[in-house]
Design a protein around this ligand. Structure first.
Ligand code: FES
Ligand SMILES: [Fe+2]
Length: 375
């Protein structure tokens, strides 16, 4: 059936969006592609791991699952932020759960203990283990950085610094949302969508579908002011909010955030700052299988107590916008299985970005290069 010699062939996908087809449909369901992506993308990229405010004080810790791995993020007595594989070097029990504060990390299984900087401390009866190497028993560190008041973890010790990859994007967000790094995690929403993670990212990176698929959003935002740009691993989409009544929620003329700025950080984290008080919604598209994605939404506001407009914004997002997009992506996922579809075309219209998918192409090119091992 397929003219392609192997699944690891991007077919008519090309370097330039204007002349390119979309990635082959099989890349959205083949388990070999999924496995390659786990190694080549998720084990090597900066992934969102929660609010940095939870690890502000010495001894405070938070836990997260990053690229399928249990990770603990700990603020040391020296105030240095560290992240570790959250696993005991004795017989692999998980060390920390949830979040909190510790002066020493004690494994619940047999009580081996570690300093909060990760150094091995004590193990009852360890003198019987010949040649025991205390240094080798230390916790295994992974990279952690803070961007826009958020924690990001990277399992690749050789990864480029996050500040280098996402710094320009974060500055653009802070310019339009001055209280960005002082926000509080006020609401979380989790939902599974039966589609490949890339179908969700593709959908996030274009507004071509807004007019047909999101009638209320099309009223909230003034798409005549829509501008988009990109850096090497991020995209930024900005437009003015339409002040006044619309079907999404109310925005006041004197609210500090008047523009909507929607950004994305390779590979799977999107950020939404919406008209209103200072706010940030983090949207991470976490792959759970070749055709299953967990949508992780964290809503940050000035205060844990939301005002009426903010409650309406969260309700609109969770009850209307997310289901609208999930419906599109699940529908597309079935289509990607159809023998009647192999590779589509991008609509590229740089002068009128509301009708342009060149950022979808940019994302798919990063995927192609990572999967095929290009530089
Ligand atoms: S597994 Fe942690 S002390 Fe045994
Ligand atoms: Fe959408």
């Amino acid at each position: 059936m397929s003219e392609m010699s192997s699944i690891f062939d991007a077919g008519a996908f090309a370097d330039e969006a204007e002349g390119s087809h979309t990635l082959p449909a099989q890349w959205y369901w083949d388990p070999a592609i999924y496995e390659r992506e786990r190694q080549a993308i998720f084990a090597r990229s900066w992934l969102y791991a929660g609010p940095a405010a939870e690890v502000a004080e010495p001894g405070s810790y938070a836990t997260a699952i990053v690229a399928g791995r249990d990770i603990a993020i700990v603020r040391g007595r020296d105030r240095v932020l560290r992240a570790f594989h959250n696993v005991c070097s004795h017989r692999a029990h998980r060390l920390l759960d949830g979040k909190g504060r510790r002066s020493v990390i004690v494994c619940p299984y047999h009580n081996w203990s570690y300093d909060i900087d990760g150094a091995f401390k004590t193990a009852r009866g360890i003198e019987g283990a010949r040649g025991f190497d205390r240094r080798a028993a230390a916790l295994k560190e992974v990279r952690v950085e803070i961007l826009a008041g958020l924690l990001f973890v990277n399992l690749d010790s050789g990864a480029r610094p996050l500040a280098e990859i996402g710094g320009a994007m974060a500055r653009e967000m802070a310019e339009r949302c001055p209280g960005l790094d002082r926000l509080t995690l006020a609401r979380s929403h989790r939902v599974e969508t039966r589609a490949n993670w890339k179908a969700l990212v593709d959908n996030d990176l274009e507004s071509y579908h807004v007019a047909p698929a999101h009638p209320a959003l099309a009223e909230l935002l003034d798409y005549s002011t829509f501008r988009v740009w990109e850096h090497e691993f991020t995209t930024s989409h900005i437009m003015a909010g339409a002040v006044g009544d619309n079907r999404a929620y109310a925005v006041g003329a004197d609210d500090p955030v008047q523009n909507a700025i929607y950004t994305w950080l390779w590979p799977n984290t999107a950020f939404f700052i919406s008209p209103g008080r200072n706010n940030l919604a983090v949207f991470q598209m976490v792959p759970k299988g070749p055709e299953l994605t967990e949508q992780v939404w964290d809503f940050y506001f000035e205060d844990a107590e939301l005002n009426e407009a903010e409650r309406a914004m969260v309700d609109y997002t969770c009850d209307i916008l997310i289901p609208e997009d999930a419906g599109l992506c699940e529908n597309v996922q079935r289509g990607l299985r159809s023998p009647g579809y192999r590779q589509g075309r991008f609509v590229v219209n740089r002068a009128n970005p509301e009708l342009s998918e060149h950022h979808v192409h940019m994302f798919q090119k990063l995927v192609r290069d990572a999967v095929l091992g290009a530089p």
